[in-house]
Design a protein around this ligand. Structure first.
Ligand SMILES: [Zn+2]
Ligand SMILES: [Zn+2]
Length: 328
């Protein structure tokens, strides 16, 4: 057998474009930036997860109420489902029938500092593990109630088991008033609910549904599901996969993946980029063609989309560029 060997320099240049403008641009990148760019082309990363023919559905399980009325809950969660369906273009995203906190059988407590109700993440993950359908690529639990991972912790935004393909996330702290003194989720009196007495959750406060809450929820869902695909925090580019330690930081993240993380997702799912942008654009409109139930409910609760304005303009620009390219 003849072994052909090339120098590291030859191999490094082998994939560089022959377009002079791109070569010039590439040569300006630092070693770290080049490393990041190349990450997008490593589908063999052992941590990456790829849906297959028998496990290609993302399931969303809502836990507890998402609004004052049942219809509002259904509508809000349907918007999230539609968004994830467009984002993970090519995969099916399905809602499991909503469950109350009592149905999960989870432990809960009243936080001794913030005086709001919190539920234990480990119990919820166990519940999700038992409910995970056979064709699931992953199952994600979402709730408007605050979470805690263990007694010694103050709170947690969410917790995931990447190897089991599941996670649970709370949107409670995305309420603009959460950190204010008059937050409506603070229990008025010093309640000490008994273990297993879930009546404290009846009529418990949930954040008002606003376009900011919807935007933050969409970002969290896609960021966390991105982790389940094995995509880690993005360190150099503006990207929804950037890590964040507080709300200001996560608000600064854009709604979509950077080109590198998008490439990682494309390698996993195999969509066409322009098609994905088109689906996302349609999903941003109030009426989704062929989805009668969504447009009917929109009559009662119009989709709050003001916070998505900048993202919609960005999407339009992406599509304009792609469409110009294909018409050349
Ligand atoms: Zn993260
Ligand atoms: Zn990224």
């Amino acid at each position: 057998m003849k072994v052909i060997q090339h120098s590291a320099e030859t191999l490094r240049k082998a994939l560089v474009s022959d377009r002079q403008d791109l070569i010039k641009l590439y040569s300006k990148y630092t070693q770290e930036e080049r490393c990041l760019l190349e990450e997008g082309f490593h589908p063999g990363d052992p941590y990456r997860k790829t849906p297959n023919a028998s496990q290609n559905t993302i399931y969303i399980q809502t836990i507890g109420s998402f609004g004052e009325a049942g219809v509002q809950t259904d509508q809000y969660v349907e918007w999230l489902r539609q968004y994830c369906q467009a984002f993970f273009c090519g995969l099916s995203v399905k809602l499991l029938p909503a469950v109350s906190v009592a149905e999960t059988g989870c432990s809960f407590r009243v936080n001794s500092n913030s005086h709001n109700l919190q539920i234990l993440t480990g119990d919820l993950l166990r519940f999700l593990g038992n409910k995970k359908p056979k064709d699931a690529f992953c199952i994600v639990g979402i709730t408007m109630i605050d979470l805690y991972p263990k007694d010694s912790w103050n709170f947690v935004f969410g917790q995931a088991s990447l190897s089991m393909g599941m996670g649970v996330f709370s949107f409670a702290r995305y309420d603009d008033n959460f950190y204010s003194r008059n937050y409506a989720g603070r229990l008025k009196k010093q309640l000490k609910p008994k273990k297993g007495d879930y009546s404290v959750f009846d009529g418990y406060y949930t954040p008002p549904i606003s376009s900011t809450l919807l935007l933050r929820s969409c970002k969290t869902m896609t960021h966390e599901i991105g982790h389940i695909f094995g995509i880690w925090h993005c360190q150099w580019l503006n990207c929804v996969m950037q890590g964040s330690n507080h709300l200001d930081e996560s608000d600064r993240r854009p709604l979509d993946f950077c080109p590198i993380c998008l490439r990682k997702l494309q390698v996993s799912i195999g969509f066409k980029i322009a098609e994905r942008y088109k689906v996302k654009k349609i999903t941003g409109n109030k009426k989704i063609p062929g989805e009668a139930s969504a447009s009917q409910s929109a009559l009662y609760f119009p989709k709050p989309t003001e916070a998505f304005h900048a993202s919609r303009l960005w999407l339009r620009r992406c599509l304009d560029i792609l469409e110009k390219r294909t018409s050349l």
